[in-house]
Write a protein that binds this ligand. Structure first.
Ligand code: URA
Length: 208
């Protein structure tokens, strides 16, 4: 449906810290989850609430609760795992659907090697997690997989996105919403985002 650049001073500040070349693994992980909480806040802004009467400290009180919204959070292995706790902090009841792809070096197409979807996925809103939206190849494959499983409502959360990937997804999946903390300049010739964050998986897992 749309691109949502989540533009907030806290997010801009935290993305700036993420870009530091010598950032430690623990600081990168902390920031990735902090930014994800803020992205989740934004991506759930239109959730409906309903009134409920509960017993409060001073008697009956009317409160708001999220109305029957079921969510599945979809981390794309492996880097998407670095954003998972940020969503759980905000939506503790979210069920996870984990997907993994590797790139066929001849065709350059993503090949699925792992998938375990939440039950009743067709009734859930999917929140896909990947720190980097680069070419959009893996995201495209994940969206197709979720749609084939019957998922009707799909949103993606990213720390950093390239115009090439954004345009591809908005063209091929105009019904999907993209929430990103930054839109960067371009991809380099090996598909890394410039200025970007480098290899987000390596930074999250300490494997650089
Ligand atoms: N994946 C990454 O980790 N970084 C990029 O810049 C692009 C894809």
């Amino acid at each position: 449906m749309a691109l949502h650049l989540v533009d907030h001073p806290l997010i801009r500040h935290k993305v700036g810290l993420l870009r530091q070349h010598d950032i430690s693994t623990s600081h990168f992980r902390t920031l990735a989850n902090e930014i994800t909480r803020l992205l989740t806040y934004e991506a759930t802004k239109d959730f409906e609430t309903e009134k409920k009467i509960i017993k409060g400290w001073a008697g009956k009180v009317e409160v708001d609760c999220i109305k029957g919204k079921k969510v599945t959070v979809v981390p794309i292995l492996r880097a998407g795992l670095g954003m998972l706790d940020g969503v759980y902090d905000m939506i503790p009841g979210a069920k996870a659907s984990v997907v993994g792809f590797y790139r066929n070096e001849e065709t350059l197409e993503p090949v699925q090697y792992y998938v375990k979807l939440a039950k009743n996925i067709q009734e859930r809103m999917a929140l896909i997690l990947d720190p980097m939206l680069a070419t959009g190849g893996t995201l495209n494959a994940t969206i197709k997989l979720l749609k084939e499983a019957g998922c009707k409502s799909i949103r993606g959360l990213f720390l950093c996105a390239a115009p090439e990937g954004i345009n591809r997804i908005l063209t091929e999946h105009p019904d999907v919403d993209i929430y990103t903390a930054a839109v960067d300049e371009k991809l380099n010739d090996v598909g890394y985002i410039i200025p970007g964050l480098g290899d987000a998986g390596d930074k999250i897992f300490g494997t650089k």
